[in-house]
Design a protein. Sequence first.
Length: 270
Amino acid sequence: MIACLVTHPLDLAKVRLQTATIPGQSLISMIYQIISKEGFFKIYSGLTASLLRQATYSTTRFGVYEFLKEKYVDMTDNPKPSTAVLLPMSMTAGALGGLVGNPSDVVNIRMQNDSTLPVEQRRNYRNAFDGIYRICKEENPGSLFRGLAPNLVRGVLMTASQVVTYDIAKNLLVDHVHLDPTKKSTHFSASLLAGLVATTVCSPADVVKTRIMNAKGTDGNPITILTSAVKNEGVGFMFRGWLPSFIRLGPHTIVTFLALEQLRKYKLGM
């Protein structure tokens, strides 16, 4: 949630770029457009939903991963599990995180993109909880799990590429570059590498997920959205917004792991 507060404007710009019908806008021009046309504080549109998403999705995936890793270390007395062991743990954690966080993710996407819709089509959710209540009331509770399949895929890819890359990179930096495992510079370097890998691996699932969740009514068929986008925009649409995704996910990953290491250091919940 701390990382979310730092990077929310970048996340907002990423969502707008991914749902834009006209490709070619840059991150800077999108942020400028939001501020100039909608006002400065609109770069924090949907913040409550974004915070709720981190409190559900990220808490679950990091918590489950750390729990499984600790149990494995206790059982085997091996403080550095191999990649073959860490991958299934991270994939399980990512899938559970995607499931738990899906409702808040739907509201998050809709709130961030609401200002781009025609006035008569805007949803105008007051906050994340109002959004969840109105989706259940105006559509049906099942709509909270729209885009679940690509969200589960993204959760698996994100967690596997992010936490496993971080653990591997940290071990390599400590064992071969002889960096201090307790130093923030070591955590920074490992998390930067993790952010780069995670952005590239997750981009296709992230773009498809965003479009499905933002669709109105019965327009959220994944196959229809995917085939239509490929036909009209080419395969490259799956990497639409890669740079803002990395500019957002890089700092987000760095802040997340720096906070995580401090929680581990002071044994707060870990």
